[in-house]
Write a protein that binds this ligand. Structure first.
Ligand code: DGJ
Length: 720
């Protein structure tokens, strides 16, 4: 039975109106029986292979009923909700032609359905707009979508808002998203999902430390191991908006798009605008939801596949004290403990003696480095390590030759400079001359020196970010230019890796990660803080893309002191590095550091290809996380006691993600760091050869070792 009243210019949709995108354990059912824009009837669990009649029945079963006091035609949530359909929630498109033509009425003109992708073409002849909607479900079961709007009229169209809209099931009654601040990024927050709108805006020109990494909605109390949950992420590094909304009609949905400033996108006749891609996932628990996203990322051509080198970053070791002798001693110590990449941080370029000057002048400082960077790089590469260099290309100190020569290259509004942040202003990369200057400055460094890696920093939020050429807001154009710049440098220097850093973790998104190789997760390396930061960053970012460094004994950002076992055990869950002056360690400390680096190297393939899991433990003092090999043959888990526990001992620890019917042996890797003195008996299971099935480990678990607070235990789990 065909429901098509629309013109289908391209692929015929199997002669029926319901499109079933089915891939990676996810089904998305789309009712395309126009001319109204298509409606997602289901997004989530795999529906198997329903036939056409089944699909029609599902659609009919979901059609809403007219109610008293309402409009005569009950509105459905279209792929782009519009007021013309009677929709009374937030629309998917807002814009006008100088105030007129404010209510779009887009109707479907063509549907293309190939495999797991659906493209919808729509036009609006009165408002003179054309829309393309792209929807796809990949092999990981991740739903992605973007929209492209084109002005088909002969005057300008001012775009205010264009958002991807995805439905949520009625069972979603609780919201989880992330907020945060410098040194505490991706801090989770939860609340009830009631009628109304929960909207998170970023107006910082970068996602920000408080960015909504994911906006998730699910069943009450959904956790990592269970509870139906759906979430969306916007793959973009500028201003953005994510929202969850619930109407009196019961309709609940997620919306995501770029947050545009007034006049930022004015579409000239014939011009178009594409939204960033929205990445959406679901799962029975957050572990499943995240695993889909991680699998998607790992299938990208640009995904780093070489072993992630143990890194030493000089920042917390020497800060601005760029002394060749000191940095050479650090390099020698790094090589001794097994470091594979040495990164020279801030302070090497012209005039940069502290954080008040120099940004913009990307030449080596002749006073501090009279012979250039060559002598240090020769030492580093001679010791068998890669060399990396810190840069902050989008930033300019007013006290710099660049700012003095080109004041018009700085982002600003109405001919006044924005409030400074860290004594710096922001370069307008959308200015062709500024772009060319930065490209050639960085290229010259990469040509002169064997630099394998750039740590690309960005240390202030943007405000008043306008272009002097156009007088309009320019965040969008700057993100576009940044991505082009990163790609151009990588094209010119094959093999170059780039880390995205922004005051620590203020630019963490899947837009930047399509152009870079890892993120600096946070400037806070205190392992207790890092447990939460890495757990929630990991909702989106797999460990191989997440910088995790071992700090010195005292955290520079919290003042807390921790044993090396905690600092190192937490850094295993990431791309491991060291940020600590290790040039004068005691022999015992050096030996212990080497043993942790050996453990990382022996297991990095597991951490960087396996499935990340978190166990929902009822005790807030217990953090239990692990990585399970894709074939479930092995796993590594870490139990951290983050505070003193009310229970003593803490009781059984369950291990999730293993194969139910496989027998595993469990080894306590760091027994020497467990126990609290002489008061406890040996842990029975650890004293003898013992195997347990994955089912027993998942449902019953085993007794966790007694630990001092702020200590951890590492478990190596191997199929017997
Ligand atoms: C902020 C970064 O997050 C730090 O790691 C360090 O690179 C400083 N900037 C340098 O200024």
């Amino acid at each position: 039975m065909s429901h098509h009243s629309v013109v289908n210019n391209s692929v015929v949709v199997n002669n029926r109106a319901v499109v079933h995108l089915r891939n990676g354990g996810t089904s998305v059912l789309v009712d395309t029986s126009g001319p109204a824009l298509p409606v997602i009837v289901h997004w989530g669990a795999d529906l198997g292979s329903p036939d056409a009649a089944d699909l029609d029945a599902i659609v009919l079963a979901t059609l809403p009923q007219r109610v008293s006091g309402g409009l005569d035609v009950p509105a459905r949530l279209g792929l782009l909700p519009q007021e013309t359909t009677g929709w009374q929630g937030t629309p998917g498109l807002t814009g006008s032609r100088a105030g007129r033509f404010f209510s779009p009425a887009l109707l479907t003109t063509a549907i293309e359905h190939t495999g797991d992708t659906l493209t919808v073409h729509a036009t609006d002849d009165i408002n003179r707009l054309a829309l393309r909607i792209d929807l796809a479900v990949d092999a990981a079961g991740v739903l992605s979508s973007s929209l492209t709007l084109t002005n088909t009229g002969d005057d300008d169209y001012d775009l205010v808002d264009l958002c991807v809209t995805l439905p949520l099931p009625a069972s979603a009654t609780e919201i989880l998203d992330t907020t945060g601040r410098h040194l505490r990024e991706r801090s989770p927050q939860r609340h009830a999902f009631t009628q109304g709108r929960h909207q998170r805006d970023s107006r910082k020109g970068r996602p920000g430390a408080d960015a909504t990494l994911l906006l998730a909605a699910g069943t009450p109390g959904f956790g990592f191991e269970s509870g139906l949950v759906h979430a969306a992420h916007l793959a973009f590094s500028g201003n953005h908006r994510l929202a969850a909304e619930k109407l009196v009609t019961g309709s609940a949905f997620l919306q995501a798009g770029e947050l545009l400033a007034a006049g930022e996108i004015r579409l000239a006749p014939g011009a178009g605008y594409s939204t960033p891609t929205v990445i959406a996932s679901w799962g029975d628990g957050l572990n499943e939801l995240s695993a889909r996203i991680h699998t998607r990322l790992r299938s990208r051509d640009v995904h780093p596949r070489t072993p992630r080198p143990v890194t030493l970053n000089t920042w917390e070791a020497v800060y601005f004290d760029h002394d060749l002798g000191r940095l050479t001693a650090l390099a020698q110590a790094a090589a001794r403990v097994g470091v594979e990449r040495y990164v020279l941080d801030d302070g090497w370029f012209h005039g940069r003696r502290d954080d008040t000057a120099g940004l913009g002048d990307w030449v080596v400082d002749a006073d501090v480095w009279p012979d250039g960077l060559g002598p240090l790089i020769d030492t580093v590469t001679g010791l068998g390590m890669q060399f990396g260099l810190w840069v902050e290309p989008e930033m300019v100190n007013p006290d710099s030759d660049l700012a003095r020569a080109h004041p018009d290259w700085l982002l600003q509004a109405a001919e006044r400079l924005p409030v400074e942040g860290r004594q710096q202003q922001v370069l307008d990369l959308s200015h062709p001359d500024a772009y060319a200057y930065i490209l050639e400055s960085l290229d010259a460094l990469l040509v002169e020196y064997p630099i394998d890696y750039l740590k690309w920093d960005h240390n202030r939020d943007l405000v008043d970010a306008g272009s002097t050429r156009t007088g309009t807001a320019a965040v969008h154009e700057n993100v576009v230019a940044l991505y082009a710049l990163l790609d151009e440098l990588k094209a010119r220097h094959p093999g170059l890796e780039i880390e995205s850093c922004a005051s620590g973790g203020a630019r963490v998104d899947l837009g930047i990660l399509d152009h870079t190789d890892r993120i600096w997760t946070s400037d806070c390396i205190d392992p207790i803080e890092r447990l939460t930061i890495q757990k929630y960053t990991g909702l989106l970012v797999p460990y191989e893309l997440m910088g995790a460094h071992i700090s010195g004994p005292e955290s520079h950002s919290t003042g807390r002191r921790h044993d090396l076992s905690l600092r190192a055990g937490v850094a295993l869950f990431g791309h491991l590095g060291i940020e600590w002056d290790i040039s004068a360690l005691s022999a015992a400390d050096e030996a212990e550091l080497i043993s942790w680096i050996d453990l990382y190297e022996a297991n990095r393939a597991l951490f960087h290809t396996g499935t990340s899991v978190h166990v929902d433990h009822p005790d807030p003092a217990v953090d239990l996380r692990g990585v399970v090999a894709a074939d479930q043959s092995e796993a590594m888990f870490v139990f951290s006691l983050v505070a003193s526990s009310a229970a003593y001992p803490v009781g059984p620890l369950r291990f999730t993600g293993l194969a139910d019917d496989t027998r595993y042996s469990v080894r306590l890797v760091n027994r020497e760091h467990t126990g609290v003195g002489n008061g406890q008996s040996p842990l029975v299971w650890a004293e003898r050869p013992l195997t347990l099935t994955g089912r027993a480990l998942r449902t019953i678990g085993l007794q966790g070792p007694v630990l001092f607070p702020e200590h951890l235990a590492v478990f190596q789990i191997t199929s017997a």
